[in-house]
Write a protein of this length. Structure first.
Lengths: 327, 321
């Protein structure tokens, strides 16, 4: 198939047009183009939303979503999938509004222990060669149950320092944008510019090759799951910082939302092909679509998740068009 | 000869993961009998069989899909079940004469969702997880918008059907047992079933062998969603009404019964009896913890640990390629 394609004269359409750009570039740009289009649509519907205050309001909830997306992205990088992420976030959120508020040291210990469990799950999956979907499925039940134990009824109180952190106002640029850019940049550099980032992505591409090059797959998988745990914790903390109270089901929707964010951002389940910047852009797009865009279009909130589904399908359809474009 | 074969069968038993789910179910059942001193054994059996049979219906669909190979999983089942329960109740509108129409409508809604799932997988060339996830988001919204606050009770005939007993067992459970036997035959003895397994083992090899891979995959996704639609209608009858979150627990549950039942997550190997074992095991576990007086949180944590313990004990995926 490829031989016939390359035999064909490549440059039949001489004037350069936008779709003559390389598919890789288009693919990489797609999440950011989607986000820009989303913002343009919102600005068109309600010009006042594109303001310092508007962004603060529209994007604040995007921070926990972006962090959860990054958490899921680390797991997807090493070709695994985490179905427990949302309930883990619920558990950490429940701990944050109870123990972390009442007895900070105990709260910190419990949260550290939970991250350790995440690392151990990564080790278990690798050592016993288990399907991550099933193990994390089991953990989903566990975290859900633990969250209910810690916080049987919605309530509790987020620690004051968390609330004030999430209420920070940065001059000129809205805080959520600063936070999202910082998260994206830090994770991007870690994944793309460090040797361990390359090892993680390499495992997604070819685990055997990485092992033969002398790297420990066990360490790398544990690292990926630990990072997923840490970012899950950050997601939960920012979430309760915003909501000020907790609920044992507060993060339930985040598992699937985060997977959607990773994929929207240009990531793939196999091959270690992920993009931190794209994932954050994907998370922002999903948040804007499900909350702001709908309300400005006067569509009932019933359609919040539906909007995410539509965005996902549209972006993936565009990506399919880019990749299937005759070369 | 026969004895030899029997012997060989018994010797391979420990290697069959589904056996453990039945043993587990039996142990849990006996344990709960010990606690209650044998009282209410019949009630436990009936309740466990009823709840397990719902998990089996959904699990059968999920099992066929997961047998198609790694990455094949239907995440749209909970939303599908919720929407079908609402559609069935609305079409039946409490009238016995509309029961059949309601069930057909629930099946049709499920099959449409299956077609959309497969259409997305095919046209966008995206992993099934993402395709069914996108569908799930949209269906969930349709369900919330259409079915929220729906107060229609199932027709007395349909609700009564879930209470109907034959030899002490609910008739719908017997129907589902028969259906699962048929599904086992379809899986093991028909061209369709063998094709599903062949695709799960190696899609390219299956295609080279002349199997109409895409057609089989399409049928499998539609079949799975149709079963989801059917269980939506049944659940609405059993719980005396539809609700948007009636199917929520079946996302994790359907995957759990399939995996604990001995179906390979890597695809190409499926096991129907195991579905019943796993479903009974998980349901009886809940019942036992209930009789212990454990609350929902303890039941969830225990279920989670059991799933992890079973998959760890049953061993990982064998490198088969």
């Amino acid at each position: 198939m490829s031989s016939t394609a390359s035999a064909r004269p490549v440059n039949r359409t001489s004037p350069a047009r936008w779709f003559d750009l390389s598919p890789t570039l288009l693919r990489t740009a797609l999440p950011f183009v989607s986000l820009a289009l989303m913002l343009a649509a919102i600005g068109w519907l309600n010009p006042r939303a594109i303001s310092y205050m508007g962004f603060n309001l529209m994007l604040s909830l995007a921070i926990p979503v972006a962090l959860a997306t990054i958490a899921q992205m680390f797991v997807i990088t090493v070709n695994e999938l985490d179905l427990s992420a949302g309930f883990f976030i619920s558990f950490i959120a429940s701990v944050s509004v109870t123990m972390l508020h009442d007895t900070p040291l105990l709260g910190i210990a419990v949260i550290a222990g939970a991250v350790f469990v995440y690392a151990a799950i990564g080790a278990l999956i690798h050592l016993r060669n288990l399907p991550s979907i099933v193990v994390t499925l089991g953990m989903a039940f566990v975290w859900q149950g633990l969250a209910l134990m810690v916080l049987p009824q919605p309530g509790g109180k987020a620690p004051a320092w968390l609330q004030s952190f999430m209420a920070v106002h940065v001059p000129f640029v809205p805080f959520p944008i600063v936070a999202a850019a910082a998260i994206a940049l830090v994770v991007h550099l870690a994944l793309m510019k460090t040797s361990y980032g390359a090892v993680l992505r390499g495992i997604g591409g070819n685990q055997a090759a990485v092992a033969r090059a002398g790297w420990s797959i066990l360490h790398a998988k544990v690292l990926a799951f630990t990072l997923a745990g840490v970012f899950g914790v950050l997601s939960a903390l920012t979430l309760v910082g915003l909501s000020t109270a907790g609920d044992a089901n507060i993060g339930a929707g985040y598992t699937l939302l985060a997977i959607a964010g990773v994929i929207l951002g240009g990531g793939e389940f196999m091959g270690g092909r992920v993009s931190a910047m794209g994932a954050v852009a994907g998370a922002l797009t999903l948040t804007l679509a499900s909350a702001s865009l709908l309300s400005f279009m006067h569509i009932p909130t019933d359609w919040q998740t539906g909007a995410n589904g539509v965005i996902l399908i549209v972006v993936l359809a565009l990506r399919a068009m880019i990749e299937r474009r005759p070369k | 000869m026969n004895a030899l074969r029997m012997n060989a069968f018994v010797r391979t038993l420990p290697a069959r993961p589904w056996i453990w789910s039945f043993i587990g179910a039996a142990i849990v059942f006996l344990a709960s009998l010990l606690i209650t001193g044998g009282a209410g054994a019949g009630g436990i059996v009936v309740a466990a069989l009823s709840l397990a049979s719902f998990a089996v219906v959904v699990g059968m669909g999920q099992m066929f899909v997961m047998s198609l190979g790694p990455g094949n999983v239907d995440l749209s089942l909970p939303a599908n079940i919720g929407l079908a329960s609402a559609i069935a109740m609305k079409v039946m509108n409490g009238s016995d004469s509309m029961i059949a129409a309601g069930i057909v409508a629930a099946l049709a809604s499920g099959m449409l969702i299956g077609l959309i799932n497969y259409g997305l997988i095919r046209t966008l060339r995206i992993p099934p997880i993402i395709a069914t996830l996108s569908t799930s988001f949209i269906v969930q919204s349709i369900d919330i918008s259409y079915g929220r606050g729906l107060q229609v009770k199932p027709p007395p005939g349909f609700a009564g059907f879930t209470d109907l007993r034959l030899l002490g067992l609910p008739v719908f459970v017997l129907v589902i047992i028969v259906a699962s036997i048929i599904a086992a035959i379809v899986l093991g003895r028909t061209i369709f079933g063998r094709s599903v397994l062949a695709i799960g083992q190696n899609m390219r090899a299956a295609w080279l062998a002349g199997i109409k891979v895409q057609r089989i995959r399409a049928v499998t996704y539609v079949l799975c969603s149709a079963l989801g639609g059917l269980s939506g209608a049944l659940l609405a009858a059993y719980f005396r009404g539809s609700s948007t979150d009636i199917g929520n627990e079946y996302l994790l549950m359907s995957i759990a019964v399939v995996v604990i039942g001995g179906t390979s997550v890597a695809g190409g190997r499926a096991n129907l009896p195991g579905l019943w074992g796993a479903a009974l095991f998980l349901v009886l576990l809940q019942v036992m913890l209930n009789t212990f007086g454990a609350d929902a949180s303890v039941r969830l944590v225990t279920t989670g640990f059991v799933i992890i313990a079973v998959i760890t004990a049953a061993g990982g995926r064998v490198a088969e390629r």
